[in-house]
Write a protein that binds this ligand. Structure first.
Ligand code: N01
Length: 542
């Protein structure tokens, strides 16, 4: 855009400086726009800035979990492990931010409190506040882009008594930067999703006693993490950009394994079993690619789930404990599959205790520890690995008001409503990167982030070229898309679990399947079709 709109401070404000916000800033600079990013943390990184818990590691392979837009950037970085640990990812993000000189346009330690659309000026009034309480400002921008991440609103359940607890407590998603030494301490861990599964073995390697409160057993498989050989890192650099194009055509935005296209019924049972075995031992999400119907047909899923349970059981010597660690209440893959390192084996250690928090729910925190059922477990520290208000929590954490004073929180009271996961009717020039209704958390996030950022960039270029002031989804297009997401979800087994994908982990949150399960490739075709038809389903305003 040649000139900044009169009365505006910025062409665009971006909320969040994780992978999405950083790339969005870079692309909008390329359009010549005046952009400001606000970030709550005092550095870049988003999810990798906050999730510093012991064992935090990505579950997508590092050679694929990186930006794919710049040959220079990817060639200048060497990943050390198959699955990167949090410190390495954060170093990479800082490397990219420095390389692109991004930090000068980012205001750190500042949260965006509210964003209101002013119809007269067609600008967003965006109010910020410093995290140390030292004030804030209101700025006006034509576009407001939420790069707030899908898993960034960390959630500690509302347990009575927490304020009276005499020990230390932590949430995995908001871990102290200086780290925590649990040596000699009695630690209680609540939650056994990916964060619990990753952190428990390491906490157990330090603590004198660990009590794990498990409400739902999860499917977990050995990650098979290892050091990368320099020659494989070098080889990956020759193909990364091409590989990324390929990844954009796949279901999950990942190319390190292929999904079988055959239905299980068309496969020889022995071959199916062998494939399950091979994929399990590959580590990673390959296991969920065994047949085309594994996530759609319960009987097929049962075959995989039985296989997974037998593998899991074999890892634990104490068979009573092993049995409790096996998931029977949901199909495999409908809650995020966990990748672990020595998680199940940890429960054979004498100082590690498993408490069934389904039979004996955690009812309150006492001054001395955790009360589960009618028993009090005395601990020196509590780790809440209790997850996030996923997909909508961080977006609605900003008080967003659109046309005619409509609040996004009210509009989404029965579940998020978006067109393509990119925008919501009545909220012009507001974009979500990997918002609800897009593949997002069911995919390699960086691939989906790049897909959205590239699309938004082209869209803004189109508006500028046509001298158009605004774009917003039509209600009809949004209704159709929401219905389509629900229809596709209903053909899968996903709605059969009480997962955060469904909002089920937050008491009172509407239970709606939030990500789009149609796959990155199919979704990308839809994005291209919409843009190709001059933003079909969007209203463009002069
Ligand atoms: O959170 P979760 P997470 N009483 O919601 C339990 C990504 N991630 O931080 O299942 C007792 O999965 C809850 O029990 P239940 C990844 O996408 C990726 O672990 O609701 N328990 C569950 O066990 C992942 O899926 C990586 O019955 C309570 C746990 O807390 C997502 O982030 C690493 C409870 C929460 O599990 C979230 O993972 C980490 C209560 N009142 C995270 N409330 C990698 O890349 C909640 N729970 C590997």
């Amino acid at each position: 855009m040649a000139e900044t709109v009169k009365g505006s401070d910025y062409d665009a404000v971006i909320v969040g400086a994780g992978f999405a916000g950083m790339y969005m800033l870079h692309k909008l600079r390329g359009l010549g726009l005046k952009v400001r990013v606000y970030e709550t943390g005092d550095g870049v990184g988003g999810t990798w800035y906050w999730n510093r818990y012991p064992g935090a590691r990505c579950d997508v392979e590092s050679l694929e979990y990186q930006y794919g837009f710049s040959d220079e950037i990817q060639k200048g970085w060497n990943w050390s492990e198959r699955y990167s640990a949090q410190p390495e990812i954060l170093r990479y993000q800082n490397y990219v931010a420095d390389k692109l000189d991004l930090k000068r346009d980012i205001t750190f330690s500042t949260r965006v409190a509210s964003a209101s659309y002013d119809e007269a000026s067609a600008l967003w009034d965006i109010a910020t506040e410093k995290v140390d309480g030292s004030g804030g400002e209101t700025v006006h921008a034509r576009f407001c882009i939420m790069a707030t991440g899908c898993l960034s609103a960390a959630r500690v359940p509302n347990f009575e008594g927490l304020a009276d607890f005499k020990g230390e407590w932590y949430h995995t998603g908001n871990w102290p930067h200086e780290g925590v030494d649990f040596t000699g301490k009695r630690v209680g861990v609540i939650g056994t999703g990916s964060s619990g599964v990753q952190s428990i073995p390491i906490i157990a390697s330090q603590a004198s006693h660990v009590t794990v409160f498990q409400r739902t057993a999860n499917f977990t498989l050995p990650a098979g993490n290892r050091k990368l050989k320099p020659e494989e890192v070098e080889a990956s650099k020759e193909t990364l950009l091409e590989d990324r194009k390929h990844a954009l055509t796949t279901a999950g935005g990942i190319i390190c394994f292929e999904y079988n296209e055959a239905m299980a019924a068309d496969m020889d049972p022995a071959a199916l079993q062998k494939d399950l075995e091979d994929r399990w031992h590959m580590g990673g999400f390959a296991f969920l690619g065994t047949s085309a119907d594994i996530m759609a047909d319960k009987a097929v899923n049962d075959i995989a789930a039985n296989f997974a349970r037998s593998e899991m059981k074999a890892r634990v010597k104490n068979k009573d404990v092993a049995e409790q660690l096996l998931p029977y209440d949901h199909p495999v893959g409908v809650k995020r599959l966990c990748l672990d390192t020595e998680y199940l084996e940890t429960f054979d250690k004498d100082h590690v205790e498993l408490v069934n928090a389904r039979e004996h729910p955690v009812t309150r925190i006492s001054a001395k520890g955790i009360v589960s059922g009618d028993k009090e477990y005395e601990v020196d520290a509590i780790v809440f690995a209790t997850g996030f208000d996923a997909m909508t929590g961080a977006i609605l954490g900003v008080d967003i008001t659109g046309r005619k004073g409509e609040r996004l929180a009210d509009k989404w009271a029965s579940g998020p409503r978006t067109y393509l996961g990119l925008g919501s009717a009545g909220f012009p020039n507001l974009f979500f990167i990997t918002g609800p209704g897009s593949p997002s958390v069911l995919s390699n996030m960086i691939v989906s982030i790049e897909q959205h950022v590239d699309w938004i960039t082209e869209c803004l270029a189109r508006l500028n070229k046509g001298n158009l002031r605004s774009i917003e989804p039509t209600r009809d297009a949004e209704d159709e898309w929401v219905a389509h997401v629900n229809e596709v979800a209903a053909t899968t087994l996903y709605p059969q679990a009480n997962s955060w994908y469904m909002g089920a982990n937050i008491p009172g949150k509407p239970q709606v399947f939030m990500p789009y399960p149609g796959g990155v490739g199919v979704y990308g075709e839809k994005l291209a079709e919409v843009a190709g038809a001059d933003y079909q389903g969007f209203a463009l305003g002069a």
